[in-house]
Design a protein around this ligand. Structure first.
Ligand code: AMP
Length: 227
């Protein structure tokens, strides 16, 4: 049993889901004239929707809620609250997943009040229905039990954060602070029940070394406590 419920999402899944989402939008008769990607998670699905829906106009808004993989920050914030006039446009706001819904709710309210498009609808690849404060107008998959979806665009960042958390907790629980590369990989399987390409583990470990979170001695990665 994995310690953290994680599901690996492949690039092909994303293309298939975005295509399915585009079909739902087309069938509904809504013809957006601009797509707004919620940065950063919405970028790839938004770009694919622009392709599948034949929309040329795209902008982005950065609304942020989750600071670390599978750990939510207290409150969503808008990072660059710029203004743009969207009167005359039918807009589609796109994110990867609606979990608590805080991120998209904040972006939606801001866009409606400040950018004033003629119409604004929300689309997401996935919607965690028992948790979300907002139901998107369009979603491809309804998720009934919370898991962390390990999307391809956060693979390195997530791998790094997962390794960091896992090694720290193992050090605390078992008093073991030194791990070989193979031990780290096998712990990752045990904790998260996923496996990513080797270069992700290598680059994640290099990042943790550069940040001073780990140090390397011989073939062992050592957890630096209190960093
Ligand atoms: P939220 O404000 O809780 O709806 O989530 C904001 C953003 O955090 C989403 O757009 C995703 O990029 C990321 N996120 C939240 N929950 C998950 C999850 N269960 N799996 C993967 N990414 C998530």
């Amino acid at each position: 049993m994995a310690r953290v419920p994680v599901k690996l999402v492949k690039w092909n899944d994303i293309v298939e889901w975005s295509r399915g989402l585009a079909k739902l939008i087309i069938e509904s008769g809504y013809k957006p004239s601009i797509i707004i990607a919620v940065a950063r998670g919405g970028y790839v699905p938004a770009r694919l929707l622009a392709d599948f829906l034949g929309v040329e106009n795209m902008i982005s808004i950065q609304s942020q809620h989750w600071t670390e993989a599978a750990k939510a920050a207290e409150k969503a914030i808008l990072k660059f609250p710029f203004r743009v006039d969207l009167r005359g446009y039918k807009a589609l706001l796109v994110d990867d997943i609606i979990d608590t819904g805080e991120t998209v709710l904040l972006a939606k309210r801001y866009i409606e009040n400040e950018w004033k498009p003629d119409e604004l609808r929300v689309a997401a690849l996935q919607w965690i229905s028992p948790i979300a404060k907002l139901k998107p107008d369009y979603y491809y998959l309804e998720v009934k039990e919370w898991v962390w979806f390990q999307y391809p665009w956060t693979r390195l960042e997530d791998t790094m954060q997962f390794i960091n958390r896992m090694l720290r907790e193992t050090a605390k629980e078992k008093g073991v602070k030194e791990f070989t590369y193979e031990e780290i990989k096998s712990l990752c399987r045990e904790w998260y029940n996923i496996e990513v390409e080797d270069f992700y583990y290598r680059e994640a470990l290099d990042m943790l070394l550069k940040k001073g979170i780990l140090v390397k001695r011989g073939n062992k990665y050592i957890v630096v406590i209190n960093s």
